[in-house]
Design a protein around this ligand. Structure first.
Ligand code: GDP
Length: 490
C-alpha cells in the first residue's frame, strides 16, 4: 500500500460522530479498529456483542456505571466485511448532543481515540477497500449538491477510471521490467522489450489519458458548477433577473440605480447542473466594467465566469450595446445577450437591437427549436426572427424558461446521463498531464539505442504519476493533504 506506513493508522480503535452535530432524531457514533466491538461491549447492556454475527443490529442500553445514558441500537460489522475492513460498530443513539458527547467520552475513557478528519476513509484506503481516487470520491459524494456533481462522484467512487488506469499501468510495468533487464545486460545488444508493442501500448495509454484530460473541463463543471456573471448597466434589471432565476424574492430590487443585494453567491440548478452567480454583490459594478473604466478589472471579473448574461434594456442606446457586444466578444467568454423590459419596448427598438451582430461567440444560438413564443416576432410583425438576443421581462417573469434553456445550451455540456468516464479532480488532471509528458518522452527515445537508459527512467516516471492517481504511490504528505479536507467521522 504505497509508502505510507499502514501500522501508523490502524493499530488502535478510533471513534467519531458520523452524523452532523446538532440536534437530530438520531445520531450515529462510529468506531473502527481491532477493539471496536470489545470496547462497546464493555458499556453495552442487553446482549453480549462479542459473540454476535457480522452485519447484525442489537438493541440495548449504554451505561456509565449505574447511569443509563441511552437506549441504542448497535450495528456490528466484523472486519474485513466493513467499510474500513476493520471491526466496526455503529451506535445509533437519540440525537441529543449531550447523549452523544457522553457516550463518546465514555468510550474514549475505555480506550478509543478520537478520529482525525477522514480517518475512517483513510483506513478504508490503507486496507485496500478503496483506491485513492475512490476515497477522494467519497468526499465529493458527500459534498455533492446536484445531479451532475453526484453523478461524477458516484462514478469515480465506483471505480470509474481507476480500473482502466490500473490495467494500463500493469502492462507498462511489464515493459519497464523488460527494459530494466536489457540494461542489466549492458553492452550485449539484446532487446527484450518489443519496441513496436511498447509503442502500441503507449499510443493506447496516451489515447485514454488524453480523453481523460479532455474530460476535466466537463467533469469540473459538473462537480463545481458553472460560474455565471450577469453584466449590464445600472437599472437594466440585473437584480430582478437574478431574482426571477432564483425564483424567489431574495434579491433586493430597487428603483434607485445601484442599490443592490448583499449576498455573495447564489446558485440555480438547470438540467441537473449547478450555475453559480458570482459577484452578485458587485452586480452594479459589473457594468461600469463594460463602460471601459478599467479594462483590467473587467477582465478580472468576467474572467472568473464561464458564462456571461449580458443584459440591456430599451433605455439604452443601441450603438452603445453594439460596442459593448464587441467588447464581450473580445473577452472570449461565452455570453448570452438578453434584452430586458420587453414590456416597455417599442417596435423600433426591437428592430434596431435585433440588428446587432451577437452571433460569433454563442454556441447553439439561434436554434429555432429553442425559441419560445416569447422570442418569436409579434404576429403583427411578419419579419423573420433575425436576432440572436433573447427578449424577456424579468419583472413579469416572461422568457425566463427560454433563458434557462439557452444557459444550458450555451455551456454546451453533453447530456449528463452519459456513462463517459470523467475526471473532476485537479490532482488527477496534473498527474495525467505529467504521465502524458513522460510517455511522449518515451516515444521520442524509443528508436534510439543510445537513449535506452532514458527510456527506463521515463517509463518509471509515467508509472509513478499513474500510480499517484489511484494511490499505488503515496506519501504521508499526500495522504495528509487529501484526508485533512474530509470531515471528522467520514
Ligand atoms: P439593476 O440595477 O440592473 O440590478 O436593476 P434592478 O433589478 O434593480 O431593476 C431596476 C428597475 O427596473 C426596477 O425598478 C425594476 O422593477 C425594473 N425592471 C426590472 N425588470 C423589468 C421589466 O421586465 N419590465 C419593467 N417594466 N421594469 C423592470
Amino acid at each position: 500500500m504505497g509508502n505510507a506506513d499502514k501500522t501508523l493508522y490502524t493499530s488502535d480503535t478510533i471513534i467519531a460522530l458520523a452524523t452532523p452535530s446538532g440536534i437530530g432524531a438520531i445520531g450515529v457514533i462510529r468506531l473502527s479498529g481491532p477493539d471496536a466491538i470489545a470496547l462497546v461491549n464493555e458499556v453495552f447492556y442487553g446482549k453480549d456483542l462479542s459473540i454476535q454475527k457480522t452485519h447484525t443490529i442489537h438493541f440495548g442500553t449504554i451505561r456509565d456505571g449505574e447511569l443509563i445514558l441511552d437506549e441504542v441500537l448497535a450495528s456490528i460489522f466484523i472486519g474485513p466485511k466493513s467499510y474500513t475492513k476493520e471491526n466496526v460498530v455503529e451506535i445509533s443513539t437519540h440525537g441529543s448532543a449531550y447523549i452523544i458527547e457522553s457516550i463518546i467520552k465514555l468510550l474514549i475513557r475505555k480506550g478509543a481515540r478520537p478520529a482525525n478528519p477522514g480517518e475512517f476513509t483513510l483506513r478504508a484506503f490503507l486496507n485496500g477497500q478503496l483506491d485513492l481516487s475512490q476515497a477522494e470520491a467519497v468526499a465529493d459524494l458527500i459534498a455533492s449538491n446536484s445531479q451532475a456533481s453526484h453523478q461524477v462522484a458516484m462514478q469515480q467512487m465506483r471505480g470509474g477510471f481507476s480500473h482502466e488506469l490500473q490495467h494500463l499501468r500493469d502492462q507498462l510495468i511489464h515493459f519497464a521490467s523488460m527494459i530494466e533487464l536489457e540494461l542489466d545486460f549492458g553492452e550485449e545488444d539484446v532487446e527484450f522489450a518489443n519496441r513496436d508493442e511498447l509503442k502500441a501500448l503507449i499510443f493506447q495509454i496516451n489515447r485514454i489519458i488524453h480523453r481523460l484530460i479532455e474530460s476535466f473541463e466537463q467533469g469540473n463543471v459538473m462537480k463545481n458548477g458553472v460560474p455565471v456573471v450577469i453584466a449590464g448597466k445600472p437599472n437594466v434589471g440585473k437584480s430582478t433577473l437574478l431574482n426571477a432565476l432564483l425564483n424567489e424574492e431574495r434579491a433586493i430590487v430597487s428603483e434607485i440605480a445601484g442599490t443592490t443585494r448583499d449576498t455573495v453567491e447564489d446558485e440555480i440548478i438547470i438540467g441537473g447542473i449547478n450555475f453559480r452567480f458570482i459577484d452578485t454583490a458587485g452586480i452594479r459594478e459589473t457594468l461600469d466594467i463594460i463602460e471601459a473604466k478599467g479594462v483590467e478589472r473587467t477582465h478580472e471579473k468576467i474572467g472568473k465566469a464561464k458564462l456571461v448574461i449580458y443584459l440591456v434594456d430599451p433605455d439604452q442606446e443601441v450603438s452603445e450595446i453594439g460596442s459593448q457586444v464587441e467588447y464581450l466578444k473580445g473577452l472570449g467568454v461565452p455570453f448570452i445577450p438578453v434584452v430586458n423590459k420587453k414590456d416597455m419596448m417599442t417596435p423600433e427598438f426591437r428592430k434596431e437591437v435585433s440588428s446587432v451582430k451577437y452571433q460569433e461567440s454563442r454556441s447553439g444560438a439561434g436554434n429555432p427549436e429553442t425559441l419560445t413564443s416569447d422570442l418569436r416576432p409579434p404576429t403583427s410583425d411578419p419579419r423573420p426572427q433575425t436576432s440572436d438576443a433573447l427578449f424577456i421581462s424579468a419583472k413579469n417573469k416572461e422568457g425566463i424558461d427560454a433563458l434557462r434553456e439557452t444557459i444550458l445550451q450555451t455551456v454546451n455540456l453533453h447530456a449528463i446521463n452519459t456513462d463517459d468516464v470523467l475526471i473532476s479532480n485537479i490532482r488527477h488532471l496534473e498527474a495525467l498531464q505529467k504521465t502524458e509528458a513522460s510517455l511522449n518522452s518515451v516515444l521520442e527515445n524509443i528508436d534510439n539505442p543510445v537513449t535506452s537508459d532514458f527510456l527506463a527512467v521515463d517509463i518509471k516516471q509515467a508509472l509513478h504519476y499513474l500510480g499517484e492517481i489511484t494511490g499505488q504511490v503515496t506519501t504521508d504528505d499526500l495522504l495528509e493533504t487529501i484526508f485533512s479536507k474530509f470531515c471528522i467521522g467520514k
